[in-house]
Design a protein. Structure first.
Length: 332
């Protein structure tokens, strides 16, 4: 098993019930989550030593974050306490032809307001195999654009593989700003979650109507030959409650694609991409065969869609049982 640290912001999420608009809701479900924290939880579920690096307020909400992470056996030794507030967001759940929508309330959060690296690099990266971060973190502030690059460079200096999920959020920054920052970060990345839209709109690769995803992976790799693995999902949205999901992987100059996972009805789509990322990193840490890796990652993403909350709640054994039994069959 491997040792992984993930860095990012964790937030308090308020969700409506399906069929209720946010403006008309008088009851909201509460969950804690964030992309990098969700990846750490997945990896801890699979038996890896995973720790989450962040900052939360020194109050009951910050303590609740710590307990949430510890519940899933994620290390909290690098969780700092201080600052003014925990970032929040509001999710209006989609159903049928109406998509889900998000309202952020995360400005001036404890993590977003950080302006310096308040951890010891030697302690942070000691014996770590993978350092995982996403594009959400540098989108939070100009300070985090600088700090993210500094931490990635420090991870490389200490012999860590760097995993980066582009995870573009249009509500946090523009494509132009994201593209500029990505071009400073990607030269230090080993494993990258990216799709063809990222290649076109963020990395400036000219679209080719007759080309498929492997073409864009090759073009990104020509720009950044240091990146050895690319991965992403292809999703066909029948409705907000009915999706078809395929996982894709580019590794050793070869393209791999999973079987299609039919996800209907969707209980909660949030965190599906993080579960997929956790599945890929699990396979890389265990040096699994690429086809096995992509099937596992796609299955764990499909399973995440069946539970409420941001994080994947399934073990390696449960994911493998799901794959063996087939979707929807009783596991006896």
């Amino acid at each position: 098993m491997g040792k992984v640290i993930t860095l990012g912001e964790i937030m308090l999420r308020f969700s409506t019930s399906q069929g209720t608009r946010l403006a008309q809701s008088d009851t909201l479900a509460v969950h804690y989550g964030g992309g990098e924290a969700n990846v750490a939880i997945s990896l801890a579920n699979y038996g890896h030593e995973a720790s989450f690096v962040s900052k939360v307020p020194d109050n009951a909400l910050g303590e609740a974050v710590k307990k949430h992470l510890q519940r899933y056996h994620v290390g909290t030794e690098f969780l700092l306490f201080g600052g003014e507030r925990l970032g929040t967001y509001y999710l209006e759940s989609g159903i049928g032809q109406r998509a889900a929508s998000v309202v952020y309330d995360r400005a001036h959060s404890s993590f977003a307001e950080m302006t310096s690296i308040d951890w010891s690099e030697e302690e942070l990266f000691k014996d770590v195999d993978i350092f995982h971060v996403s594009g959400i973190t540098p989108a939070l502030s100009s300070s985090w654009q600088t700090l993210t690059l500094e931490l990635i460079k420090a991870a490389k200096k200490h012999g860590c593989k760097v995993s980066f999920d582009i995870n573009y959020r249009g509500k946090l920054w523009t494509q132009k700003e994201a593209g500029r920052v990505l071009k400073t970060l990607l030269p230090y990345v080993d494993y990258c979650s990216a799709g063809y839209l990222d290649a076109i709109h963020l990395l400036g690769i000219t679209p080719q109507p007759n080309e498929e995803l492997p073409y864009y992976y090759k073009k990104i790799q020509e720009l950044y030959p240091n990146i050895s693995v690319f991965y992403s999902t292809k999703r066909e949205v029948i409705s907000a409650s009915d999706n078809q999901l395929i996982g894709t992987l580019w590794m050793d100059q070869t393209y791999y694609q999973s079987a299609t996972q039919e996800i209907v009805p969707i209980v909660d789509r949030v965190g599906g991409g993080d579960a997929f990322c956790g599945g890929i990193l699990h396979g890389l840490l265990n040096q699994e065969e690429p086809q096995k890796m992509i099937e596992f990652a796609t299955a764990t993403s499909a399973l995440k869609h069946t539970v409420h909350g941001d994080c994947n709640q399934f073990s390696e054994e449960e994911v493998n049982s799901f794959l063996a039994a087939g979707s929807g069959k009783i596991i006896r």
